[in-house]
Design a protein. Structure first.
Length: 404
């Protein structure tokens, strides 16, 4: 399809719906750590339980991101994506009905299974709808909404709602909008274009073919480090601010929102910039600056909320930047034809299982045994390792390779 005949109307409509849906994924996912200080005593939970709750969702998210992405490459996007949106919305609502740790763990596991496909299939649908010159930008728009809704708007809304209602009601309310997005997807999402009639059939790549481009295993490894930084920060920050720095719940909500505002800008801006300067350079800069600002954040006390906010803002901006570039355009551009959702799911799955699942569990143990203030040393080390692995990425941005 030429630039003049490209269906830009569908492109912008689907990017809007995907973005809003992924924003609700973020809201449903990240609302738990924000509300955790409000219900941990009622349910008799600990820091280790927090790490496990965050981790179990990420592990099942990672498994389903690949499995359901692989399935959607075979049976179609709609049959997998729309039911997944319905299920994760219901699970968020059910989180407000739990009576203890076991039921909450089960609900978070099912939520992870449902949210994983939204990530991997969402990347594929966004890539398929986007003109190659806008691939990085559109993936950035899609991915940045998880930060805006989940880490920026969510903490402020949730902590303010706690002034007028309880944590159970907050959970009940945040799950409902996802059902509206599922309805919108039913009328809008298209399947990938079929090969022209009479064209020579192309054999579908097998599982081993997914690793044909060296960026696939490299992206899997380095995304673990980016997600380790993001999810340890998101899981432990509310309790770090309330328990170690002794901020109020409302002040904590404002400071934690810096993760979302910074992450949102980073997930949009850096993938867009990477369309021009290249995926590799943008990823390396993101890792380096994320480590620097995370370290500076750990050196500040509770006497200046604005300083805490802005250092956390830039730490999140660059951490989420690396995540967005690797999970979006790097993964998509390394995929065999017709297997974008599978490769995106493979890369995101590795990052989720180990960076989003194992890393918060390790951080929870560090917080429980050594003090919650020590978890950020683990985060900084993860970012440094991610930088080193990213040095070996191969450049794939169309403008840099001459593909457009």
């Amino acid at each position: 399809m030429t630039a003049k005949s490209w269906d830009t109307s569908y492109e912008w409509k689907i990017i809007l719906v995907l973005s809003l849906t992924f924003g609700l994924v973020g809201l449903d996912r990240f609302i738990l750590p924000v509300l955790f200080p409000a219900f941990m005593d009622e349910l008799g939970l600990t820091y280790q339980d927090l790490g496990n709750l965050v981790g179990i969702l990420a592990v099942f998210w990672g498994i389903s991101a690949f499995a359901m992405g692989f399935l959607s490459d075979r049976v179609g996007r709609r049959k997998v994506l729309i039911p997944a949106v319905i299920v994760f919305s219901l699970m968020s609502t059910f989180s407000g009905m739990v009576g203890g740790l076991v039921s909450l763990l089960l609900i978070r596991a099912v939520m992870g299974l449902a949210e994983g496909p939204v990530a991997s299939i969402g990347v594929a649908v966004a890539v398929e709808a986007s003109h190659p010159k806008r691939r990085g930008m559109n993936n950035g728009i899609f991915q940045c909404m998880i930060s805006l809704f989940g880490n920026a708007i969510g903490p402020i809304i949730a902590t303010q709602m706690l002034l007028v209602t309880d944590w159970r009601t907050v959970f009940l309310l945040v799950g409902l909008p996802g059902l509206l997005m599922a309805a919108a997807m039913f009328f809008l999402v298209r399947e990938p274009a079929l090969p022209p009639a009479g064209s020579t059939p192309v054999a579908r790549p097998g599982f081993a073919d997914l690793f044909g481009h060296r960026n696939v295993p490299l992206a899997m490894l380095t995304l673990v480090c980016a997600m380790g930084g993001v999810f340890v920060m998101g899981a432990m920050m509310p309790n770090y601010l309330t328990d170690y720095l002794h901020l109020s719940l409302q002040d904590m909500g404002v400071v934690v929102s810096a993760i979302g505002f910074g992450g949102c800008i980073g997930q949009f801006a850096m993938p867009t910039i990477s369309d021009f300067i290249g995926r590799k350079l943008a990823t390396l800069l993101s890792y380096l600056l994320a480590a620097v600002f995370t370290y500076l954040f750990t050196q500040v006390g509770a006497d200046s909320l604005s300083t805490l906010f802005w250092l956390l803002f830039f730490a999140a901006l660059f951490n989420f930047s690396a995540l967005a570039i690797l999970a979006g355009p790097v993964a998509a551009e390394a995929a065999p034809i017709g297997m974008v959702a599978s490769v995106a799911g493979l890369v995101i799955g590795a990052g989720e299982v180990f960076g989003g699942g194992v890393a918060p569990i390790i951080a929870g143990r560090i917080a429980g045994s050594s003090g919650i203030e020590h978890v950020f040393t683990f985060t900084i080390a993860s970012l440094i390792v991610g930088f080193v692995v990213a040095l070996f990425l191969k450049e794939t941005a169309p403008r840099k390779t001459g593909a457009v």
